[in-house]
Design a protein around this ligand. Structure first.
Ligand SMILES: [Mg+2]
Length: 185
């Protein structure tokens, strides 16, 4: 099941905990921060804190196509300290991984935290990268949020319509990341 949420703080974290999710893998740009900004979005931050996400999931990861390792490491450190996570583990193109939706970044996170893909949830803002990554991993859950800072984009409503159609079909067909069980598809 893919869930559509307004921002990354609104994913159904308690539900995810109950179904055995152990690690949340976040996209960075458009999901936790405005595109290429070295600052956690204020609304996302307050929603995550309100929903006690750092208590429910003290260990999370950031997987991003950003090509500057220092930027990603700095952002992860900031995200960890400002939100009070126990650990935020960053992986990126800047760390030498291929772009999403290829699997190596997710594999690195799974190995680091010693979890299986089906014990991981993906939170991101892009169907071709984040949703497909979740599908390719066989992630246990996925939430697609609206891209931060793109409200005025004239193509936005068409993109949202297309995304909603993809979500609806994926959930109707029970394809996608939820419930395919073995985490290896
Ligand atoms: Mg993004």
């Amino acid at each position: 099941m893919i869930q559509r949420v307004n921002n990354a703080g609104e994913a159904p974290y308690l539900e995810w905990e109950e179904k055995g999710i152990k690690v949340v893998l976040y996209d960075m740009d458009g999901t936790l921060a405005a595109h290429r900004e070295l600052k956690v979005d204020e609304e996302v931050k307050s929603t995550l804190i309100e929903n006690r996400v750092p208590e429910i999931f003290p260990q999370v990861a950031i997987a991003t196509d950003h090509e500057k390792r220092e930027h990603v490491d700095e952002f992860a450190k900031m995200f960890q300290e400002e939100l009070g996570f126990e650990e935020v583990y960053p992986v990126s193109v800047g760390h030498g991984f291929p772009k999403k939706p290829r699997r190596p970044m997710a594999q690195e996170v799974a190995d680091h935290f010693q979890v299986e893909f089906k014990e991981m949830a993906v939170v991101g803002d892009k169907v071709p990268r984040d949703y497909l990554l979740a599908v390719m991993m066989g992630a246990g859950a996925m939430a697609l949020c609206h891209e931060i800072g793109e409200d005025s984009h004239r193509l936005r409503r068409w993109r949202v319509l297309a995304e909603d159609a993809i979500i609806r079909v994926a959930n109707l067909q029970e394809i996608g990341c939820y419930g395919n069980g073995n985490g290896s598809s």
